[in-house]
Design a protein around this ligand. Sequence first.
Ligand code: PMP
Ligand code: GLU
Length: 395
Amino acid sequence: MKEISRIAAAVQASTTLKVDALFKQMKADGLDVVGFGAGEPDFDTPDNIKEVAYNAIRDGQTKYTPSNGTLELREAVAKRLFADCNVQYSSNQIVVASGAKHSIYIALQTLINPGDEVLLPAPYWVTYEEAIKMSGGVPVIINAPESQDFKITSQQLENAVTDKTKLFILNNPSNPTGMLYSETELKALADVCVAHDLYILSDEIYYKLLYDGKTFTSMAALGEEIKARTILVNGVSKSYAMTGWRIGYTASDAKIAEVMSNYLSHSTSSPSTISQIAAVEALNGPQEGIDAMRDVFEQRRNYITERVNSIDGISCRIPEGAFYIMINIEKLIGRTLGGKIINNSDDFSLAFLESGLVAVVSCTGFGCDNFVRLTYAASMESIKEGLDRLETFVK
Ligand code: PMP
Ligand code: GLU
């Protein structure tokens, strides 16, 4: 048989979704397993949003929409971005896709020519690297060590630029590190992008989940020059507990938005109509529920980081946003845990799942070894139980 696409054959399965599938299978098999794997809010979608979706189905709002999303939803996105991020976009600059992951994929397909270099700080969310490769681009990794709070400096960004660099990807606040770039740090990165005429894909999907009273600055709010080059990514999955509805969106230059829309018209046709109607309610409806969820995440973050840092041999930084922590397991390397020698974080996560019955994600898929990621988008009861098991496992 003839060879299949080389680009497709090289794609690695999502490690986060792989852990999630394994966790769910173990649970279905009757095992008492605790899941800190895939990051999705454990809260249910708020009732007002669900109600609007039921009504939409009953009213027969079940047909195709424009490929870039309904005007109503694009207007709601623009309004919400203005209210929350102080950035002004018109509806023709907004493109709705089937989840923020899909928005990122389409943005990369739109921007990248084969061989273009894309700058990506590590630790990074696993999908970016694969999506860059799927677009024919070349990921260029910039290491952000724990000693720098997992953040790159503008000098590091500058040093990584070549005449092939097309795009810089930044996720702020970050999955998997939970770290947040300050406005000053963002401005320094933005200056490098403007000086070298780079596009910037700014994934701000966790922007509502900030702790310790921190406030959010959008990359696109830092001035017209950077805004013109920014493809701002956001969506309803994390902020409104709507992961399964699959609605994400971008805000960008109108020409880029038009090309993305053309691309979508030949791939998905349009995102789910029902989900778009639900997303309008999420964005335009009451926002208090979101603050309540944020408060719960903050309590869990405090609990989980305190307990991890009280366990001998492991440690973690205190994240400022999102719902992940990265545990440093360097001191456990070479030890035998759960009957297995731990040579790296893959060994640790496998041994912990098999004999500790807790699912965590090895950070090798995020471009960094000797760390595992835990999500605290899990009930307090699960968090307590999982940490008891962690304590026993590493003893
Ligand atoms: N960006 C980041 C940083 C994420 O963690 C996720 C979570 N899956 C996404 C994008 C994609 O979100 P969605 O569920 O909207 O595709
Ligand atoms: N973003 C979440 C995570 O990193 C969900 C899984 C995924 O889409 O990768 O765990």
